[in-house]
Design a binder for this molecule. Structure first.
Ligand SMILES: [Zn+2]
Length: 180
């Protein structure tokens, strides 16, 4: 059996008890979680999410790459229009994790090998140090004038060995960061 068949069978069981029709499109927790693609860090499990609780964006490392930034900006604008012009809370939660594969992207020979073979520059996803890369992602968000002031950002590091998160940055509005 391929994994696709396995997934379809699991979905059949899921659909048997499904009771979540008509959920609102704006997530209940008013949050966008940006995290790594790593199968060990599925936010639905880490944060006990239910359907409709949170938007989740995932990429290698959970970095705020230019494409992730574009997604966040687009979503923040879209949600504001749904809120009737009066923007409601928009919480962006950056979640990186220990033992992340993106730490390997910090190795210059690996960066070069991937660039040579594929033309893909992984330096945006590279993680030298989690605190440092979360800090630079927060700065990138603050410094991009397209990001609305009302976006609130926080940062967490998830430990794959303990299942616990460490809060690296408490929730802070982009407007506050820009004022300081
Ligand atoms: Zn990872």
């Amino acid at each position: 059996m391929t994994s696709t068949q396995e997934l379809i069978e699991r979905n059949t069981k899921f659909a048997e008890t499904f009771q979540d029709a008509e959920l609102p499109i704006i997530p209940k927790l008013r949050s966008v979680i940006l995290t790594c693609t790593d199968a060990r860090v599925d936010p639905a499990h880490l944060f006990d999410l239910e359907l409709g609780d949170s938007v989740v964006i995932r990429n290698n490392g959970g970095r705020l790459t230019s494409s992730a930034l574009d997604e966040v900006i687009t979503l923040s604008i879209l949600v504001s229009t749904m809120d009737g012009g009066e923007p409601g809370p928009f919480n962006l939660v950056l979640v990186q994790h220990t033992k992340c594969g993106a730490e390997r992207f910090a190795d210059p020979p690996i960066q070069k090998m991937i660039l040579d073979r594929t033309g893909v520059d992984v330096s945006e996803s590279a993680i030298h140090d989690h605190h440092e890369s979360l800090g630079s992602d927060v700065e990138r968000l603050r410094d991009d004038p397209r990001v609305p002031d009302h976006v609130v950002v926080s940062a967490l590091i998830y430990d794959v060995d303990t299942g616990r998160v460490e809060q690296v940055l408490a929730p802070k509005a982009v407007s506050e960061m820009r004022a300081s």
